[in-house]
Design a protein. Structure first.
Length: 393
């Protein structure tokens, strides 16, 4: 590994570096090359910062950079306390212009970040780590000897305790919604914190091997300082297991190999350069989940429906099955009785609710088989249902 540099630059300038690959970028590989492409090669889908990331940045600035907070005046907020107002934007610009080099962090009067920072500063181990700092938020840039990739890293801090069994400690500050063990494990796995920490360690080893540090760059222990972002805002300082870091080293090596290979393909104009290796392979049959086949197939009992005239089964299971009813609500009827009783119709809400006008016409003309209530109903409704050009005079 050659061309090592240590740069004392801002966090913004570090993240703006192009073509120099960071741990957050490498973490997308080899698993998701298409996302890597749209975010970092084609750049058609810029990376979007979440509210949790913004909170984490504020916590870093306040704890590691020594930034101060400034209370946001209530009058520049909206009625619901939002900062999405013109008054707030004008106030924020005035604050930044007044403090161009040492910008404070704007916070609301009830902002949880006040409790988070207070608990971090009150934690004994955190205070010791801060006071023993020897390499805080400095950027290392180097060329990987195996792949030729230009890489960069920016660890939160390295603390040195000369009288401790493990004197040099690389530590990273992380915020989390819950400090329960399984929640921390899930977050470390999902966001691949172990891979970032291994990458930071690699950068330090490279810089130390090039005599750019006051020591050889070796790290004795890797820690995460967890800050809970919900009440009671607890703080945990926890060592990362060696086997997790070994796993990260394997994954990071595979990511660098994968990136180097894909960059060569991309430079050659290969359209598949950023596709997963199995993208064009035939896919297995799509099946139902296995648990579906473990279920006992039991047909639900469905109520039988019988004709109100002849008591024969209608073949329906209820009103939702387009049962046949009279307009007055009598029913249900079977198909046979339905044909013999011209006034019957589909119940409202089940069909178009249209009565056959020719059946009504037969009733009006005095069909002797029709009952009086059918004839009266037909006379009252013939104007509504019968086509105008076919009404009897």
């Amino acid at each position: 590994m050659t061309d090592v540099q240590i740069l004392d630059i801002s966090n913004a300038k570090y993240h703006a570096m192009d073509g120099v690959w960071s741990s957050s970028q490498l973490k997308l590989l080899p698993g998701d090359p298409m996302l890597f492409d749209v975010q970092h090669i084609a750049k058609t889908m810029p990376f979007k910062r979440t509210k949790a990331m913004e909170l984490g940045t504020k916590v870093h600035r306040l704890l590691l950079d020594g930034a101060e907070t400034i209370d946001i005046p209530p009058e520049v907020l909206s009625k619901v306390g939002s900062t999405n107002t013109n008054a707030y934007r004008r106030w924020e610009i005035d604050v930044f212009l007044s403090n161009p080099t040492d910008r404070p962090v704007p916070v609301k009067s009830d902002d949880p970040i006040k409790h988070i920072i207070a608990n971090l500063r009150a934690h004994k181990m955190v205070r010791e780590l801060l006071s023993a700092s020897v390499f805080r938020e400095q950027s290392i840039v180097w060329t990987d000897r195996d792949t030729g990739l230009k890489l960069r890293s920016r660890a939160d801090d390295v603390a040195y305790f000369p009288n401790a069994d493990q004197p040099r400690k690389l530590w990273d500050l992380k915020t989390c919604s819950s400090i329960e063990e399984r929640d921390k494990q899930s977050q470390m796995l999902a966001l691949k914190y172990h891979r970032s920490l291994d990458h930071y360690g690699t950068g330090l080893a490279v810089a130390g091997g090039s005599s750019l540090l006051s020591w050889d760059g070796s790290i004795d222990e890797v820690l995460i300082v967890w800050a809970e972002t919900s009440e009671p805002y607890r703080v945990h300082v926890q060592a990362v297991a060696e086997r997790a870091l070994s796993r990260a080293a394997e994954q990071n090596w595979a990511a660098k190999e994968d990136l180097a290979r894909r960059l060569v393909l991309h430079a050659a104009g290969d359209p598949d350069a950023w596709l997963p290796d199995d993208y064009h392979l035939p896919r297995p049959e799509l099946d139902l989940p296995e648990y579906e086949y473990q279920k006992e197939d039991v047909m639900p009992e469905r109520p039988l429906e019988y004709c109100c005239e002849c008591d024969a089964a209608t073949g329906k299971a209820g009103e939702g099955e387009d049962s046949l009813y009279r307009d007055c609500g009598d029913g249900p009827y079977c198909e046979t009785c339905h044909k013999e009783l011209p006034c019957q119709r589909i119940k409202p809400g089940i069909s178009d609710d249209v009565v056959a006008w020719d059946q009504m016409r037969a009733a009006v003309l005095g069909d002797p088989d029709q009952t009086n209530d059918v004839i009266n109903w037909a006379l009252n409704h013939i104007d509504a249902y019968m086509p105008t050009n076919q009404k009897e005079t």
